[in-house]
Design a protein around this ligand. Structure first.
Ligand code: OXD
Ligand code: MN
Length: 648
């Protein structure tokens, strides 16, 4: 509860905190490091765990009127036994206060405010740097409801386990209650959520990533049966052995313990806006997808919107902020969203999309003024960086940033680093969290509740071979099949091996909150409801030559592919028929001004190699077998038809 005390740095660990939980020797050592380091303004070791804060009078008192929220928070409070409860209102004053506290507690480092106004650095525990798919569960009444691609637990058993873990888990800490809205507030799809968390970093990130604060409580109102998502997060002791991200779709509830990494703990994002939302979308007749949404405007002022699904860390943010090459002068790309699309069928039979988020949580390494100038401009201010390197003048650095590396820096773990060091300065999955308002090419319709009409859907993956630069599906069901069989080489966004080809249907493998077979059926059933469906395409920016070099420059030059897609939507561009769909002939793509690009390269990019496709068919078949008996027959039929076409 808010107390009337001045803003002071609390540097004595409350006795109750010392005695709470079962901490390992390693974590005890880390904690003593923490206190040692706290004596210096720049702690080497940081973690999210921090003692309770004592907020000034009037702050942290934004209790909502809704009895159901109050009762649930009280239930969690009496279970977790925090020192106090802080009810967030999302105000500027609150944010300033919490930033100050986070810096004093060593959870954040304030960057050079002249160079990077409003920017801070956080280092997560090195054991906690990515999503943990193996500890992510869908807790539905039956295993069948979770389906073959999800880890499953019976809900009652999992609630018991989690409640056991949460007993007294917030002793000596502040329990923050974060109200938020996902989606433009006047969208019929908008959802209210409350996240309870003992991490100040989560609160600060949620304010960037969602429409956070009093407006959510107001929107929920006081009706006891008003729908809201219940999210509980506790860091516990940030121990990988006590890390679980659990979803209860039937209860519209999420419980996440043992992690402080964004994808596991910003419960609005992957947990609500994808896993729970995909379940709700199936019930309510809309789509919740792992897709960016961008606008493309021609020099004549004709505008289209496109939604594109790529797996994590495959360049969605870059594509959504693309700057066309000089040859495309007059063309404009604008961003509606960079990660998640909620889409519904409009009265005119078109598909309309909104971005439920309010900010971007992007992968940092590789981001530069060359690769993504709009992202760089966005993160010049008001940005929360996680796990990047710190330079001696309080700036941040990462592999792939413009300019030469600093001669000396502090790496993402807090260790001294030089260009001669073995390890990376920034973690490959280091992130920025930035308000979407910072994006210089933010689409003007981003707040439109009805959403933007989608002309084309693009599926894509990171494939060194097999997949041509682009092809168009022959119709809705074929497009759903292309999405369902999609594959990509794994990245650092999730724990586990990097660079292995894995099937990732519609880029939703880690995010579909129910049986994937039912999800495919939902897609198939959506097609006939669309009098004017989007055309469906597949792209691959990552094909390599025999020497392992990328064949396509990517980034801004992806405009050339986008232009072909838009022209197809307008019935203008040509294509050649192929067994896998319509593939542009070299002359169908506008390649003017593409330097150092030979006709052999474009032929190699667009080639359909029979041996590669034989392997692809076998890989798809193997994958569909793992989903048996849930794959809809329409998709198996599409697979057989493709096999027949390829055999001709
Ligand atoms: C993300 C992800 O953070 O997909 O967006 O992992
Ligand atoms: Mn994502």
């Amino acid at each position: 509860m808010a107390k009337s005390q001045p803003q002071v740095c609390s540097v004595t660990r409350p006795a109750r905190y010392r005695s709470s939980g079962s901490f390992s020797l390693a974590s005890r050592l880390k904690r003593s490091n923490y206190w040692f380091a706290c004596a210096f303004v720049r702690p080497r070791f940081m973690e999210n765990i921090a003692p309770a804060i004592s907020s000034p009078s009037g702050m942290g008192a934004n209790q909502p009127a809704n009895r159901a929220v109050l009762d649930w928070v009280e239930e969690v409070r009496s279970m977790t036994q925090p020192e106090n409860v802080f009810w967030c209102d999302g105000s500027e004053a609150e944010n300033d206060y919490l930033l100050g506290e986070a810096c004093r507690q060593g959870v954040l480092i304030s960057l050079n405010q002249e160079k990077n106004p409003g920017c801070y650095l956080h280092r997560s525990n090195p054991n906690d740097v990515a999503r943990v798919e193996e500890f992510t569960l869908i807790c539905a009444p039956t295993k069948e409801e979770a389906g073959p691609t999800n880890n499953w637990s019976e809900p009652a058993a999992m609630y018991r386990k989690l409640w056991g873990m949460l007993q007294g888990a917030m002793r000596g800490r502040t329990m923050f209650v974060v109200p938020y809205i996902m989606g433009p507030p006047d969208s019929p799809l908008a959802k209210v959520g409350f996240e309870i968390t003992d991490s100040i970093y989560v609160v600060l990130s949620m304010r960037i990533m969602t429409r956070m604060g009093a407006q959510a409580s107001t929107r929920l109102g006081s009706k006891p049966d008003a729908e809201f998502n219940r999210g509980v997060h506790s860091l516990l002791d940030v121990n990988p052995e006590r890390r679980l991200i659990c979803h209860f779709p039937q209860d519209n509830a999420i419980i996440s313990v043992g992690s402080g990494y964004g994808g596991n703990v910003l419960l609005s994002k992957k947990c609500l806006a994808l896993r729970i939302a995909s379940y709700l979308a199936r019930q309510q007749g809309w789509l919740a997808e792992h897709m960016l949404i961008l606008g493309v405007e021609s020099p004549a002022g004709k505008k289209h919107y496109v939604a594109a699904a790529f797996p994590s860390a495959c360049g969605k943010t870059n594509f959504a902020m693309l700057i066309p090459p000089p040859h495309f002068a007059g063309w404009k790309i604008t961003t509606v969203g960079d990660d998640i699309a909620w889409m519904q069928v409009g009265a005119d039979g078109r598909l309309y999309a909104v971005n439920p988020e309010n900010g971007y949580f992007g992968v940092v390494p590789g981001t530069s003024y060359r690769s993504n100038p709009n992202a760089m401009r966005s993160i010049e201010r008001d940005t929360l960086f996680t796990n990047v390197a710190l330079t001696s003048d309080g700036d941040v650095w990462w592999e792939g940033k413009d300019g030469s590396p600093p001669s000396a820096a502090t790496d993402w773990r807090g260790n001294p680093w030089t260009p001669a060091s073995q390890g990376k300065a920034a973690h490959p999955n280091s992130r920025f969290a930035v308000p979407m308002r910072n994006n210089p090419v933010l689409d003007p319709e981003v707040e439109k509740g009805a959403g933007v009409p989608i002309s084309a859907i693009i599926f894509g993956g990171r494939r060194s071979n097999t997949m041509p630069l682009v092809f168009q599906a022959t119709g809705w069901n074929h497009g759903v099949y292309v999405g369902s069989a999609m594959a990509s080489e794994t990245t650092a966004a999730a724990t586990g091996a990097v660079g292995q080809v894995r099937r990732d249907p519609m880029a939703m493998l880690p995010f579909c909150g129910y049986n994937i077979g039912e999800y495919f059926r939902h897609w198939l059933e959506t097609g006939p409801r669309l009098a004017n469906p989007p055309l469906i395409f597949h792209v691959n920016w990552f094909r390599k030559n025999a020497q392992g070099k990328f064949l396509w420059p990517g980034f801004g030059d992806n405009m050339r592919v986008l232009k072909w897609i838009i022209d197809r939507c307008e019935g203008r561009a040509g294509a050649g028929a192929s067994p896998i769909g319509s593939v542009p002939r070299p002359e169908d793509l506008d390649l003017e001004g593409l330097e150092g690009f030979s006709p052999e390269m474009i032929r190699a990019l667009l080639a359909i190699e029979p041996e590669e496709w034989a392997q692809e068919l076998a890989g798809q078949e193997e994958f569909f077998k793992t989903l048996a008996p849930y794959v809809p027959p329409e998709l198996l039929e599409q697979h057989e038809q493709l096999a027949r076409r390829l055999a001709r």
